[in-house]
Ligand binder design. Structure first.
Ligand code: GUN
Length: 291
């Protein structure tokens, strides 16, 4: 059996059209959604990601306000900038790109963001609400939300499913697991100390791979017919490419595609959904101020 390919680009493009419609409606009422990005330090990957987010804002008619601080910025400077953005009525969403340079207190910076503008969903109150029954966060982290959308669009039944999340990061693994619990899945979170990882993954109807290790999850770990969401984006040496490398996921795609029921490719799976989630959250932030 060959898996159905879950095309994140197509699904993200559908979302993009809906977001563009929402932006247009707000414009009729004189409101332009605004996203402030905060980049601290010189991490090249972070610069690339923020650049992609701002480019998508421009395509959708969302205003973006780029703020850059040096790696030497103090805790007070970073939090001061966040507080200024909290008070700015043109800003409906604030994104502090992570990781922050060492020495800065990440949680304190995230806590300084007004929860109404926390479009990344990383404020401790938003994450706390995500973890609690009967509570709803104002915003849900973009990459995990994208994983759930992809699963639903592919036709996965989440309620009662055995879901295995490989990786427990604050940005992806843990919030993805919390979202799956909200969807009534039975969730196992695996990490570097998990015993018999292959055996645990073999029980999964749904696998979310977010460990950051190239092709670690092999095809024979996948239960036949399972839904596989690969969040990994890793460089693998490839002399046939001009750059000398190609991007691969955390799942050995060529093997898993023969066993899974549905699988996301890398690139073109989860990646496009992350940015669109941020755009959708920013639009919602602006819509909330219009009410
Ligand atoms: N670093 C890696 N992914 C993300 C993300 O989704 N949001 C932020 N703020 N930083 C990140």
């Amino acid at each position: 059996m060959t898996a159905k390919i879950i095309d994140g680009k197509v699904i993200a493009d559908e979302m993009k059209a809906e977001i563009a419609e929402g932006v247009k409606k707000l414009a009729a009422g004189g409101i332009k959604p605004g996203l402030a990005t905060v980049l601290v330090g010189e991490n090249p990957a972070s610069h690339t990601y923020v650049g992609m987010k701002r480019k998508m804002c421009a395509e959708l008619g969302i205003e973006s306000f780029g703020h850059e601080l040096p790696a030497t910025a103090s805790q007070q400077e970073v939090e001061g900038l966040v507080k200024t953005l909290n008070a700015d009525p043109k800003v409906h969403g604030i994104l502090v790109q992570l990781p922050l340079p060492s020495g800065l207190d990440e949680e304190a910076v995230l806590r300084a963001i007004s929860i109404e503008k926390d479009v990344d969903g990383f404020h401790p109150i938003n994450i706390g609400r995500l973890a609690q029954k009967g509570r709803e966060p104002m915003f849900v982290p973009c990459t995990p939300a994208g994983c759930i959308i992809l699963l639903k669009k592919a036709g996965a039944k989440l309620s009662g499913a055995n879901a295995v999340v490989v990786g427990r990061s604050n940005i992806v693994g843990m919030p993805a697991a919390l979202l799956l619990v909200k969807e009534d899945a039975t969730v196992t979170i695996c990490h570097s100390r998990t015993k018999d990882l292959a055996g645990v993954v073999r029980q999964a109807d749904i696998v979310i791979a977010a460990i950051g290790k190239a092709e670690m999850i092999r095809g024979d770990w996948i239960k036949p017919g399972a839904y596989v969401i690969d969040v990994g984006t890793n460089r693998k040496e490839d002399p046939t490419k001009k750059s000398g490398y190609r991007l691969v996921g955390d799942v050995a795609y060529d093997e898993a595609v023969e066993v899974a029921g549905a699988i996301t490719p890398v690139p073109g799976g989860v990646g496009p959904m992350t940015i669109m989630g941020l755009m959708q959250n920013t639009l919602r932030g602006a819509q909330m101020t219009a009410k």
